[in-house]
Design a protein around this ligand. Structure first.
Ligand SMILES: C[S@@+](CC[C@H](N)C(=O)[O-])C[C@H]1O[C@@H](n2cnc3c(N)ncnc32)[C@H](O)[C@@H]1O
Length: 249
């Protein structure tokens, strides 16, 4: 390509018709390709804002809706009921902390992690009795200690297939032997463009959303050391959401 570019440059513009046809055909490649690259770059630049930005921007809205919405409460009650004593629970992808609040109200000692600082600010303000840390569940270290159980509601929708195993391995690493994992995910297969792209106040966000096949979740969890126990249901139909319960084995 570089050779062709240099050859073309060696012709003067007014010589254009003296350029051999074969070389003129190549010019199309040389000129059009970079234009396509530029278009791709521009569209990437247009959607610079990702998952964290989206949840920072909408943290208050999530809090306003979900602090007063008890949809998940029956399942959280059931989960906390599985432990003999007061459990230490990790709320992975806790957002603004409303399910952390419910878990704490049910008697659990709660640690919440999230990548959205704005969400965590609300979580901390609303729940001084819980601990919240800015942390990506793809890169959890060992600073949090171990947990009797992990709850992750609607958060692995932001984990692509290639990262699922690392997330479940991290969860397993933090769970005591025979501890439990309650995970809520959206059923489907892969990147969901419709659910991902959002425009707020004239700015475009890509809250990269991935749906997962139930059998893949079970397989990845199994490889991480969790055995599948059950699926729980909320009375009302709740879209593509699936609520799976695992136990570390
Ligand atoms: C759909 S919201 C769910 C929030 C809350 N768990 C609920 O029940 O509504 C997804 C949350 O996952 C968080 N999140 C996304 N990717 C994450 C990651 N890699 N590590 C930690 N949190 C993440 C987002 O910031 C957001 O707060």
């Amino acid at each position: 390509m570089e050779y062709i570019r240099q050859t073309i440059h060696s012709y003067k513009l007014y010589d254009i018709f003296t350029i051999p046809q074969s070389l003129r055909d190549k010019m199309v490649e040389v000129i059009i390709l970079p234009i396509e690259n530029i278009a791709e770059e521009e569209s990437k630049r247009e959607i610079q804002k990702g998952v964290k930005d989206f949840y920072d921007k909408t943290a208050k809205d999530w809090a306003e809706t979900w602090y007063s919405d008890d949809t998940m409460l029956p399942l959280l009650k059931k989960f906390i009921g599985m432990f003999d004593a007061t459990p230490r629970i990790l709320d992975a992808g806790c957002g603004a902390g409303y399910e952390s609040m419910r878990l704490a109200n049910l008697g659990a000692e709660v640690v919440g992690i999230d990548i959205s600082e704005e969400s965590l600010n609300i979580a901390r303000m609303e729940n001084p009795n819980c601990r919240f840390e800015l942390m990506d569940f793809k890169y959890i270290g060992d600073s949090l200690g171990v947990f009797d159980g992990i709850v992750s509601i609607g958060s692995i929708i932001h984990v692509e297939n290639s990262d699922l195993q690392i997330v479940f391995d991290n969860f397993a690493g933090l769970t005591k032997s025979t501890g439990f994992l309650f995970i809520v995910f959206a059923e489907g297969d892969g990147y969901n463009e419709k659910k991902s792209i959002r425009e707020i106040d004239g700015e475009k966000y890509n809250r990269a959303t991935y749906h997962h096949l139930p059998e893949r979740i079970i397989d990845v969890a199994h490889k991480a050391g969790f055995k599948y126990l059950d699926e729980w249901f909320i009375d009302e139909p709740f879209g593509q959401w699936r609520n799976f319960v695992f136990q570390k084995s």
